[in-house]
Design a protein around this ligand. Structure first.
Ligand SMILES: Cc1ncc(COP(=O)(O)O)c(C=O)c1O
Length: 380
């Protein structure tokens, strides 16, 4: 089946008992056992639930992995993956990963002596020089959030394999429609499914897919032991969202490309970060490893202009955290998504105060450009 069919008929297609075309919401915590040790595959919903199982099979089919797991949030998914490691282990992370990923490593796992090192992964040599005996995994975001750096996932996975390390990819910005990290050699792919997979800004969810039975057993053990599972109703909502992923994503990209070109043409804008623009240093690599550039882009407003006023001026585009929904959102990374990073580190990375991130929705693109145009005119 091609991807567009798989999002609708993959996983568990409908309900065998009744013929319902959608997997029902099995709103139950426990299951009747025929006799001691005899059940129909389910005992308790932390361990397994049929609605969640349908979602987990679906994401595994879409990422072409061995098994999938659904969690209560993207951060719960990331936390479960980090729990694969033990005291003394070190993880190399992309140098502008999502602020929450940085925070959980810096402020939570640090207490358990699981270490991290930030590395600029756009240059593969930086990874090789940072591998020592403590390093056990490489955690990639590509594109990164919010500066849209592109990392060569296959090259990193090759280095990781040579050194006996796991490669983990946060595929939130791309989704399996655009990029399949496991096919590029990664071992684990994860998502904030809150974003494009859900697609409607109406749920918080996380997904993990692994490439081996051994990793599947470990992640399931962690999922069941620590309990950060996705609930049946949210699993249903996420299955429903995924069905329209390809059509939404096509429109997202069409709109984002037009807006990136518009921003590049404005004199109030110093720099646009969008891997779909030829001016982006990762343009060729992105084209090679993904089917599109996605619909998140960032730009820097020239210091001559008041970026705070610009943010006040936008109307159709909503000021808010998150991304990947049908509605366009604007975010101020320095005080919102990346506030957890110390000021000096933000400056060093390029997450400056006048950097704005947009998540381009699927509204009419002329309306979106008109909104931006008006916001620019009012700061001139
Ligand atoms: C790339 C990325 N990974 C992970 C997360 C965390 O996901 P959640 O908010 O669903 O916990 C986010 C949230 O913004 C994100 O953008």
């Amino acid at each position: 089946m091609k991807f567009e069919s798989l999002v609708i008929h993959g996983g568990i297609d409908g309900d065998k008992e009744t013929g319902a075309v959608n997997v029902p919401i099995y709103q139950t915590s426990t299951y009747k056992q025929e006799e001691i040790g005899v059940n129909k595959g389910y005992e308790y919903s932390r361990t397994g639930n049929p609605t969640r199982a349908a979602l987990e099979k679906l994401i595994s089919d879409l990422e072409e992995g061995e098994k999938g797991f659904a969690f209560a949030s993207g951060m719960a998914a990331i936390t479960a993956v980090i729990m694969l490691f033990k005291s003394g282990d070190k993880i190399l992370i992309s140098n502008n990963v999502y602020g929450g990923t940085f925070r959980v490593l810096d402020k939570v796992f640090n207490n358990f002596n699981i270490k991290y090192k930030m590395v600029d992964m756009t240059d593969i040599k930086n990874i090789e020089t940072n591998i020592d005996e403590e390093v056990k995994a490489i955690f990639i975001e590509s594109p990164t959030n919010p500066l849209m750096d592109i990392t060569d996932i296959k090259a990193v996975s090759d280095i990781a394999k040579k050194n006996g390390l796991l490669t983990v990819v946060d595929n939130t910005f791309m989704t399996p429609y655009l990029q399949k990290p496991l096919k590029l050699g990664a071992d684990i792919v994860l998502h904030s499914a809150t974003k494009y997979l859900g697609g409607h800004s109406d749920l918080i969810a996380g997904l993990v897919v692994v490439n081996s039975e051994e990793l599947a057993e470990k992640i399931h053990f962690i999922q069941n032991s620590t309990g950060g599972i996705l609930q049946p109703f949210d699993s249903f909502l996420l299955i429903r969202g995924i069905k329209t992923l390809p059509v939404r994503m096509d429109r997202h990209i069409e709109n984002a490309t037009a807006i990136a070109e518009f921003l590049e043409s404005r004199e109030e804008v110093d720099k646009v970060y969008y891997p779909g623009l030829k001016s982006h240093p990762g343009y060729e690599l992105q084209k090679r490893q993904a089917k599109g550039a996605g619909a998140v882009l960032s730009f820097v407003i020239d210091k001559k202009y008041d970026y705070k006023k610009f943010m006040k001026n936008i109307e159709l585009i909503t000021l808010g955290e998150s991304l990947g929904g049908v509605e366009s959102l604007a975010c101020h990374p320095a005080t919102m998504t990346h506030a957890a990073l110390p000021y000096e580190l933000r400056q060093e990375l390029g997450i400056v105060d006048n950097l704005i991130r947009l998540s381009i929705g699927i509204e009419n693109v002329e309306d979106l450009i008109e909104d931006l145009k008006k916001a620019f005119e009012l700061i001139r």
